[in-house]
Write a protein that binds this ligand. Structure first.
Ligand SMILES: [Zn+2]
Ligand SMILES: [Zn+2]
Length: 216
């Protein structure tokens, strides 16, 4: 019946030192880097445990990697608050927990009204030994065929519903914010073809239609 000294207790929750914030398995936390000039590390809490007396709390975590920590490095389509859920598990002292944060799904992140300091998003799982991502393909947008970076302003074409970077369609960000209806070059020429078919007499060549037109 006697318990040995090495018995560890699993905790349901833990209050972060110096704060009143409580964390539990499944939550995401910011971990203090050993080099204070670096950004905090982000991890998902898997398990919390203490010694039999309830002290010496250890946190079992799954690390999130920032794009620059991945083998391929940061790419243009990576958001500033983007993280990859890695296969790298670890056990750390709970003293290194700096605070709590939220890692949103890509979809819910793009729907946030405002992005706070502690808001992040994750759309890829990352294999830290091979550098592979899951999913290994994502939808690409615009003429430049880039995956969506939620930090970038984009305008949607009313025709094909593809999204475009203002710079890629010769539009200023100011115009892009104000435009109510936009047709990309392809859709403009489709529209033009339809017009030509219904009005066989009118022939236009290489005319951009609708790209900056506003309709009410
Ligand atoms: Zn583009
Ligand atoms: Zn279009």
């Amino acid at each position: 019946m006697a318990k040995t000294r090495t018995t560890r207790k699993t905790l349901d929750s833990y209050t972060i030192k110096g704060s009143n914030k409580s964390i539990k398995p499944g939550d995401c936390v910011l971990m203090r880097p050993s080099d204070s000039s670096k950004l905090s590390y982000v991890a998902k809490v898997e398990k919390l445990e203490s010694d039999a007396k309830g002290s010496n709390v250890k946190i079992h975590i799954q690390w999130y990697y920032r794009p620059e920590e991945s083998i391929g490095g940061r790419r243009q389509f990576h958001g500033t608050k983007e993280l990859f859920l890695s296969d790298h598990h670890d056990v750390q002292s709970a003293d290194t927990i700096e605070g709590k944060c939220t890692v949103h799904t890509f979809k819910s992140y793009t729907k946030l009204d405002s992005v706070g300091n502690d808001d992040y998003f994750c759309r890829f799982e990352y294999n830290s030994s091979t550098g592979a991502f899951n999913p290994d393909r994502v939808a690409v947008y615009c003429k430049c065929e880039m995956p969506y970076n939620p930090d970038d302003l984009m305008v949607q074409c009313d025709g094909c519903t593809d999204w475009f970077h203002p710079a890629c369609i010769d539009m200023t960000p100011e115009d892009a914010k104000q435009i109510e209806h936009f047709f990309c070059q392809n859709c403009s020429s489709e529209e033009q073809k339809l017009l030509q078919n219904s009005h066989a007499t009118s022939r236009h060549t290489d005319v951009k239609v609708g790209t900056k037109r506003r309709r009410r």
